[in-house]
Write a protein that binds this ligand. Structure first.
Ligand code: SAM
Length: 230
């Protein structure tokens, strides 16, 4: 379970809010029960419930079970898509181990507002589910031209293009790297030109079919991780 408090041998954190609701109401934890906690800073710790109230619990830290995880330095830059599909991108990219999630606003992006709080909650849930002890960073949304203007030259940007490109598996782009996928309507011709002008960009194809935006994001992430993410 994620807890936003620095954990350590001497910590006696109090858990409240939705986490307490989950532990008390769903898991039915009582005093003396064990619980695994992580804080995104110091790794994972085994704790014991010291006191279970109605809406909060106090836990006692027993020992560290895992250090803070180091994930491969892969960013997923994605045009936000609608609700359930965006949820899917966030959940699966977190499970697959991306280091950073970067929403990119493109000319054909139809989502009006990126709900950072909702995404942050999904990131935490996905980390809890898959046992990841370091949350991926969630960057503020940025427009595509700005993203490219500030792009760090040493980081290859694998631009997934349904119009063609080198087969994804043939491109050797170890960390630090990033993947870029477009919105429901794809990238415009002007954006393609802008992308191909950027020296860090490598245009990649994910097969002959036009994939849903979320399929492309996750397929590319999975392919990269299979090769470079140990
Ligand atoms: N209309 C569908 C939707 O609503 O999801 C398809 C959208 S597709 C145009 C969205 C993005 O997925 C593209 O901009 C591209 O980044 C990526 N993509 C889809 N198929 C691809 C392929 N075969 N190769 C590379 N990238 C692909």
């Amino acid at each position: 379970l994620f807890i936003d408090t620095l954990l350590g041998p001497d910590a006696a954190p109090v858990i409240n809010g939705s986490s307490a609701h989950y532990l008390l109401g769903v898991m039915r934890l009582k005093a003396g029960d064990p619980v695994l906690l992580f804080d995104n800073r110091s790794g994972e710790w085994l704790a014991t419930v010291a006191d279970a109230g109605k809406r909060s619990l106090t836990v006692r830290i027993e020992r560290q079970t895992r250090p803070l995880e180091r994930v491969p330095d892969l960013w997923l830059c994605f045009a936000p898509v609608k609700k359930a599909r965006l949820d899917w991108i966030i959940e699966k990219a977190t499970e697959l181990g991306v280091a950073r999630l970067q929403p990119v606003i493109t000319e054909r992006t139809i989502v009006e507002r990126v709900k950072a709080e909702r995404i942050a909650a999904q990131i935490i849930e996905a980390c809890e589910q898959c046992g990841r002890t370091a949350l991926p960073a969630l960057a503020d949304p940025v427009k595509l031209p700005q993203l490219l203007k500030d792009w760090p030259a040493e980081r290859a940007l694998l631009f997934a293009d349904e119009a063609g490109g080198a087969a994804f598996n043939s491109v050797d782009a170890p960390a630090p790297a990033a993947i870029l996928t477009g919105p429901e309507g794809g990238f415009t011709a002007r954006e393609r030109d802008l992308l191909l002008d950027c020296s860090a960009v490598r245009r990649v194809a994910l097969g002959p079919r036009i994939l849903r935006a979320e399929t492309a994001a996750i397929a590319a992430t999975g392919l990269w991780m299979a090769r470079h993410g140990d």
